[in-house]
Ligand binder design. Structure first.
Ligand SMILES: NC(=O)c1ccc[n+]([C@@H]2O[C@H](COP(=O)([O-])OP(=O)(O)OC[C@H]3O[C@@H](n4cnc5c(N)ncnc54)[C@H](O)[C@@H]3O)[C@@H](O)[C@H]2O)c1
Length: 257
């Protein structure tokens, strides 16, 4: 699906990966672009607008842990442009000692945002179809001993996103649901990592992970924009070390009818 003429909402669009993706997305001649973030960076928003004056850029200060913030931000989009065509759920933190905050930002927030936006995307409700891209992680696919809580939250994103990506839902809604999994990427998410591990004694295995090879956020952001355009319902994509790869998940169990 071309993003041209679409109304796009990007949650966490002022983060490192998010902002690089936003810059790419702004080259696609959207109708409108809504950037939601708890960060307030007017110059960054202005710089996005300057990439393409034909696309109207809106910034909304947004706290994904607050249902009121989600509701009013989505209502604002709908009051301005009626439809949401693309939703990208990209907010995230790494802060294992704070279990509730990790789950509220990484998992519960994206679920609530999806539920608030979906009626305005669903072709059988008030929308015209589209795509939702959920940013999980390679740590939504594989365990991560030094960041067990983060990892659990991203496994949650994976379960939610893959469940919504079932063809049954797509036939009803016309909304493709896609999961995007960055590998280790050079962003501040991993700064002060020592205070972000699961246990104090996770430090040794954590440092090993933290010193492993990363990719640049520019590459990851470009992959994210590409994945949003594919509209590949149920698709899971890894962006790792500069390469974008589609994942074929293993099936360990299926219901018996
Ligand atoms: N950097 C990596 O190695 C890596 C790897 C895999 C997945 N990811 C995921 O990619 C996404 C982007 O991460 P990043 O590395 O660019 O980090 P980042 O910290 O630069 O971006 C995270 C964004 O989430 C926003 N955010 C945090 N709390 C929020 C809240 N309460 N409400 C609204 N927005 C909030 C931040 O303001 C920021 O814009 C995250 O979901 C992260 O988990 C990152």
């Amino acid at each position: 699906m071309s993003l041209a003429g679409k109304n796009v909402v990007f949650v966490g669009g002022l983060g490192f990966i998010g902002y690089e993706a936003c810059k790419q997305i702004m080259t696609r001649d959207l109708a409108s672009f809504f950037v939601f973030d708890i960060l307030d960076k007017p110059e960054a928003v202005q710089a996005l607008q300057e990439i393409n004056p034909k696309t109207k850029v809106y910034y909304t200060k947004f706290d994904i842990t607050s249902k009121d913030s989600i509701k009013s931000a989505i209502e604002d989009v709908v009051s301005k442009v009626q439809y949401i065509d693309v939703l990208i759920n990209g907010a995230g933190i790494l802060a294992d000692p704070n279990v509730e905050l990790t789950f509220n930002i990484n998992l519960i927030g994206p679920i609530n945002t999806t539920f608030a936006a979906l009626p305005h995307m669903d072709k059988n409700q008030k929308g015209r179809g589209g795509v939702i891209v959920n940013i999980a992680s390679v740590l939504g696919l594989e365990p991560c001993p030094p960041a067990a809580v983060y990892c659990a939250s991203k496994f949650g994103v994976m379960g939610f996103s893959r469940s919504l990506g079932h063809p049954y839902y797509f036939e009803h809604t016309g909304v493709a649901v896609v999961t995007f999994c960055p590998g280790l990427t050079d962003t501040p998410l991993k700064n002060n990592i020592g205070s972000k591990y699961t246990f104090d004694y996770s430090k040794e295995i954590g440092e090993k992970l933290n010193s492993s090879k990363t990719q640049k956020p520019e590459v990851c952001g470009a992959h994210l924009a590409q994945v949003a355009e594919l509209q590949d319902n149920g698709g899971i994509y890894i962006s790792n070390q500069g390469t974008l790869t589609k994942v074929t998940p293993s099936v360990y169990w299926e219901p018996t009818y």
